[in-house]
Design a protein around this ligand. Sequence first.
Ligand SMILES: [Mn+2]
Length: 394
Amino acid sequence: MQSLVKVVTERVIQTTNSYVPDPAPFLATVLGVVAVAISLWLFVNWFRRPMGERLKPVLATREEIAILLHPNPDPDAMASAMGLAHLASTVDTECTIQYSGQIRHQENRVFQNVLDPDIEQISRADELAADDVVLVDHDAPRGFEGSETIMPVAVIDHHPGNGTGLEFTDKRTDYGACASIVAEYLRDVGATPVDDDADGELTSGDDTVPTNVATGLMYGIHSDTNRLTSGVSGADFDAASYLCRGVDETLLDRIASPEVDTEVLDIKARAISNRDARGPFVVSDVGGISNVDAIPQAADELVLLEGTTAAVVHGSRNGTIHVSGRSHDDRVHMGEALENVAADVADASAGGHSRMGGAEFPLLELATDGGSEPLEGPPPEFTDDLFAALEGDV
Ligand SMILES: [Mn+2]
């Protein structure tokens, strides 16, 4: 019996020995598989990082960046830049917010006056504060000398277009505001909006969103979505909800309902009483003005008149006729209509998009009789030309 056990045991040992593989290649294979799995996991996670986390290293690897706004800086663009500048400050990157063109429209000026973002105007590419340029609210530099030579390092936008950044491109055309994208970045990196008034002292730091930034972003969203009523997505509501606790309502109200200048109210009244209505179109000459910004505001008002689908307001200052048009009529492309009128007049300029447009005409060039006597205002044909353009007869 004992010998049998011995034989069997020896046999088993022999068998086992003969089948034990060399452990080295086996271990190597296992380790290889694990390494591949880990790198794959890291790789996938790297690409699944939220956009804010992905933008951060792009900013962090630079000492200084220039955040560039489009030539007509509106609250959405300015707020987006403020939010981005705050994100950059958390990684110790210096920021300069720059723009070409002018901050013209009243809403834009009020935003700038109340929130006082640190922004500066440039007219040439060599005035950019840094070699590394980040674009917000547009995807291709424009409106200044040498703009076509700029290769932005990052592009953050919600408009359709083909422009991209060298290292970072985030375009979300379904978003109502660029400010919503930037608010998301701040949420991605774990920053909490704070209300400075809550504890009576200024709270700011890497993990917070300062009140003026949160308030600006909130107004940017409101402004670009017509107070969350048009072109708005769920993401815009989410961003507003995130920003909410950091918003200073008094500041927000000062931007949203600014005091109205007496002249603006006066010009609006003149635009309404001087209006010439032909079918659904209205043209109004408000005469001599000193505040050019009142013209677009009067046009905003006039297009709201019952039965009106397109409105054009014009007034003169220093020998120039300033024109502003609004349309919610699919048949009228306001920008093109004004461009058509301007095409026939030397030194006139016009532009805009389907729903709004603006133009400037030198009064002298409008004088058809050779201009022997200086004109006080545009000749009566000017109004006819505007109506013809609205009707598409140009
Ligand atoms: Mn925008």
